[in-house]
Design a protein around this ligand. Structure first.
Ligand code: MSP
Length: 586
């Protein structure tokens, strides 16, 4: 294998490293949480528009949306940015291949992403496109700051480049492979994408100068890259060689991008351009202060290096605070393989959300997606999970507790403290007390998991409690009680009251994941919109001797099915059958 050489010509006016940026320590320190700060800023990566959205893209967006919605519930002033990454060689080539001018091409695909996100209730507060004027201004300003600090110099780059990843690679990151015609090619060992040798005059960023500040930042903030597994990966990278980074391409090769300020012969490197989108949305260069110091990024593991090395180095260089947290997630595979057009295994998330509903897809992705490791997608898994947890377990519980047969008055019934006293002695048994404890502790458990983006653990915990409540109802079989007997009637009401209180807690906690289903559930319970925040998570106040605002209140009138069962359990083999209450897929 040929060995690539990286040669940099340094500019004569290069400053000594320590004088290059202002107070890197204070920038890093400002990543610490200021207690009474109620601003929150969460971002997704911006999506390449070279192809239509796939399931992995929706996953990044759903994770960030869940965190955003959860923070709103907590009363934070949350900003949530997503959008599209529209410059660079890859997009230029895709537009050429489609026979369209790049702007028309980008607008078309950007709209597809936006449509997908709107259909799946991704509640972004800003949808940015890197072709917008506000972004161009932010990038030009950012570049000028780095330039004025002597952090960018004119040099030359010789080495490997992957257009698919828009990434420069070290010789050790490149291997041999055969293309579809059996021809020998060089590929990126990480992504498998083809790489090409390039030799160009361009601008270099003094990345090497940031090796030790970055190490200090990561070591001083052990929670900054989550899960820890990825934090360790970044630390390891930083202990290896960190050469300067090429941050422009010759205009003759790349026209589709922002020109280097003051040099029309060069186009700004697409990753520098793209990363600045997070600042653009925050209001950079002059209105970003409220948001920038509370920024958090949700990213896939394939773009970790760009976010945990290049981006903080650029920010340190520009004298700006670093992100609070970089939440990393793993990938969705199909048939154990990465989704790709050539393998024909790309899952179209819009199709799937029409079949399984937006909430169905959101629930599946967040319940099955594990940040630490890859997950394999099949339609069957989706149907089984949704039937078991949303339709049967949660929907069944709601159905049982609101059924006119058990609750003819259709109200939130009263709690009787003689039937369920704080000390044993009423009609409740030991397991019932354990259930109350579990549900009382649930908000804190869920909060911990949402906070660290382990949404699957939060859903696991909620689901375990739903099972406990179903067990509680089953154990006491309220339908067998004699309603003419006043003591039985009080016990029946208490069972239903407790079950509805459990459902109220589950519905409130599930809002960030399944907003439509939660809304339906809470409306059925008669819970008003202003009673759905984290502040309303006081479970079963009557048991603690306090008033319950819901007691005696009329239930909502929509008594339709909470979540329809999906009839066809075997999407690939069986023909669908239509029934009134069930939705079919495939
Ligand atoms: N444009 C860059 C990001 C720039 S951010 C300043 C990019 N775009 S992307 O469209 O290729 O990827 C966007 C997101 O989708 C990334 O977080 C990536 O990890 C995620 N996914 C792409 N394929 C995926 C799966 N198969 N599974 C899960 N997520 C994956 O990178």
């Amino acid at each position: 294998m040929k060995v690539a050489v990286l040669r940099f010509q340094q500019s004569p006016f290069l400053l000594p490293v320590p004088a290059l940026w202002t107070h890197p320590r204070s920038a890093a320190l400002s990543t610490r949480l200021c207690k009474d700060d109620r601003s929150y800023y969460i971002t997704t990566p911006i999506f390449y528009v070279n192809a239509s959205p796939h399931l992995g893209h929706l996953y990044s967006a759903v994770l960030a949306d869940c965190l955003h919605r959860y923070k709103l519930l907590q009363g934070f002033n949350s900003k949530f940015a997503t959008g599209t990454d529209e410059h660079g060689l890859k997009i230029q080539q895709a537009a050429e291949a489609a026979g369209k001018d790049p702007m028309t091409f980008c607008t078309g695909v950007s709209k597809q992403f936006r449509h997908l996100f709107d259909s799946c209730n991704i509640s972004y507060t800003d949808y940015i496109r890197t072709t917008e004027q506000r972004h161009r201004e932010a990038v030009e300003h950012f570049w000028s700051v780095l330039w004025n600090k002597g952090l960018i110099y004119k040099g030359s780059y010789e080495g490997w480049y992957s257009t698919q990843d828009e990434s420069f690679l070290m010789p050790s990151q490149v291997g041999d492979a055969l293309d579809s015609l059996g021809k020998e090619i060089k590929v990126s060992l990480e992504s498998g994408h083809k790489v090409e040798w390039m030799k160009e005059e361009n601008y270099m960023f003094r990345l090497s100068a940031f090796q030790s500040p970055l190490l200090d930042w990561l070591r001083g903030n052990p929670q900054v890259v989550q899960p820890d597994r990825f934090h360790q990966v970044v630390l390891k990278w930083l202990q290896e060689d960190l050469p300067d980074l090429s941050v422009s391409r010759q205009r003759s090769r790349l026209q589709w991008g922002i020109p280097v300020p003051g040099d029309d012969e060069q186009t700004i490197y697409v990753w520098l351009d793209a990363l600045v989108n997070y600042l653009t949305v925050a209001g950079y260069p002059d209105k970003h202060n409220q948001w920038w110091h509370v920024a958090r990024h949700v990213i896939g593991k394939d773009i970790l290096k760009f976010h945990a090395i290049y981006w903080p180095a650029f920010l340190l260089g520009a004298g700006l605070p670093l992100p609070r947290v970089i939440h990393v997630h793993s990938h969705w595979t199909v048939g154990g393989k990465k989704m790709s057009k050539s393998l024909g295994n790309v899952v179209n998330p819009l199709d799937r959300s029409q079949i399984f509903t937006a909430d169905g897809m959101r629930y599946f992705l967040l319940r099955q997606g594990v940040p630490d490791s890859d997950c394999d997608y099949t339609d069957n898994k989706v149907a089984k999970l949704l039937n078991a947890e949303l339709a049967d377990s949660l929907g069944g519980l709601l159905n049982r507790c609101t059924a006119p047969a058990l609750n003819p008055a259709q109200v939130y019934p009263s709690f009787c403290s003689q039937s369920f006293p704080r000390e044993q002695g009423g009609r409740a048994v030991g397991e019932d007390y354990l259930m109350l404890d579990a549900v009382k502790n649930l908000p804190a458990v869920v909060e911990k998991h949402y906070e660290t983006m382990h949404v699957y653990k939060a859903l696991e915990a909620i689901n375990a409690c739903v099972r406990l409540t179903n067990g509680f109802v089953q154990r006491h079989a309220p339908w067998k009680l004699d309603r003419k007997d006043s003591e039985d009637q009080r016990w029946l009401d208490t069972i239903i009251h407790i079950s509805l209180e459990c459902l109220r807690i589950y519905g409130t906690l599930l809002q960030p994941v399944v907003p439509e289903t939660s809304n339906k559930l809470l409306s059925r319970l008669g819970v008003q919109p202003h009673e759905r925040s984290s502040a309303a998570l006081n479970f079963l106040p009557r048991y603690q001797g306090m008033d319950c605002p819901f007691e005696g209140r009329a239930l909502g009138s929509d008594c339709g099915v909470l979540f329809s069962r999906l009839e066809n359990q075997n999407a690939d083999k069986q023909k669908p059958t239509k029934t009134k209450k069930s939705a079919n897929f495939k």
